[in-house]
Design a binder for this molecule. Structure first.
Ligand code: GLV
Ligand code: MG
Length: 318
């Protein structure tokens, strides 16, 4: 994925909690999203919108990406969330997170509304992206169409808590297997389905939150699983979770170095000066065009995460 912006850790911050919004400013997450949805009580929605607007306009976040999660389209709140928050602080917003997406029309509706608000406030049309949360059976069944619904779509995000509720899954512990199911991973199909739709449409795939805040080993296990499949990042709910998640979704230094070495070495050997060969040896591994693509994935994740290589390539030694 070219030009990828890192989204290893996506920090959820309740829009109704000024103290947490203040604290979030200095934290090293790749993305901060201020929440107007499930972390905000219905009676506090209007006040949260005001607090989110003033935070976005006044605060300087260390996180390069700033987002707002609006309420889903089945509530009475979505349109006011968008009109008020984008109208009041649109220049400070990189993406809107749309929860509980049921089908592509809900993404299109948000795209259309965003376009009007951008036009009426003199904002660049189309700059604000959309992230669709897949957190119920309907959303998963329609995930391909959702992923293709708008050029604004940047990411598909798994919402495990709502998803488990939507399926009537017999468990109250997000991130762990439902008791009594001992023949595999109950989330494998869901994660793979989301990943396929994301990759087929060139958008990011983001894993949802791990709710046992104090259990950093459990968080690591849960993150390692989706990272191993190819997911790009994971939501975090607490400052202590950021470091673990950033590390899990960054390539290891040795893998990053090796990926960059493969790219340089392959570029050299396939060039006329290097012999114009299509399959070459890098160390004791055979590298061809398919392995170049695998290396590019690792290198792109490392570059997006700001890593630098610790070895350089010399054509003489290749
Ligand atoms: C997140 O929104 C979830 O439902 O897990
Ligand atoms: Mg949810």
């Amino acid at each position: 994925m070219t030009g990828m912006r890192a989204r290893r850790s996506c920090l959820a911050v309740p829009g109704s909690n000024p103290r947490m919004m203040e604290k979030a400013q200095g934290l090293p997450a790749d993305q901060v999203f201020l929440d107007l949805e499930d972390a905000v009580a219905p009676v506090a929605k209007a006040e949260a919108r005001r607090a989110v607007i003033s935070t976005l306009n006044e605060a300087v976040f260390r996180a390069p990406l700033r987002s707002v999660r609006v309420n889903d389209w089945t509530t009475p709140w979505t349109y006011t969330d968008v009109i008020d928050v984008v109208g009041g602080a649109g220049a400070q917003i990189d993406t809107l997170v749309l929860p509980k997406v049921l089908g592509p029309e809900q993404v299109v509706a948000l795209d259309l509304l965003l376009t009007q608000v951008e036009k009426s406030h003199g904002l660049e049309v189309g700059r604000i992206g959309i992230e669709a949360q897949i957190e119920n059976a309907a959303g998963l069944v329609n995930v391909d169409a959702i992923a293709a619904a708008s050029p604004r779509l940047e990411a598909l995000v798994f919402g495990p808590a709502d998803f488990m509720a939507s399926l009537n899954m017999r468990s109250l512990v997000v991130g762990e297997q439902p008791e009594g199911y001992d023949v595999g991973d109950a989330y494998h199909y869901i994660l793979m389905r989301i990943l396929m739709a994301a990759r087929a449409n060139d958008v990011l795939a983001i894993d949802g939150p791990y709710l046992q805040i104090k259990d950093l080993e459990g968080l690591q296990r849960s993150a390692e699983r989706s990272a191993a499949l190819g997911f790009d990042g994971k939501w975090v709910l607490h400052p202590d979770q950021i470091e673990v998640v950033n590390a899990v979704y960054s390539p290891r230094q040795a893998d990053y170095d090796h990926a960059e070495l493969i790219l340089d070495s392959y570029a050299w050997h396939t060039s006329p000066e290097g012999g114009a060969r299509g399959a070459v040896m890098v160390g004791d591994h055979m590298v061809d065009e398919a392995s170049r693509k695998m290396a590019l994935t690792v290198a792109a994740k490392g570059r997006a995460a700001g890593m630098s290589r610790t070895q350089s390539f010399h054509a003489r030694e290749a």
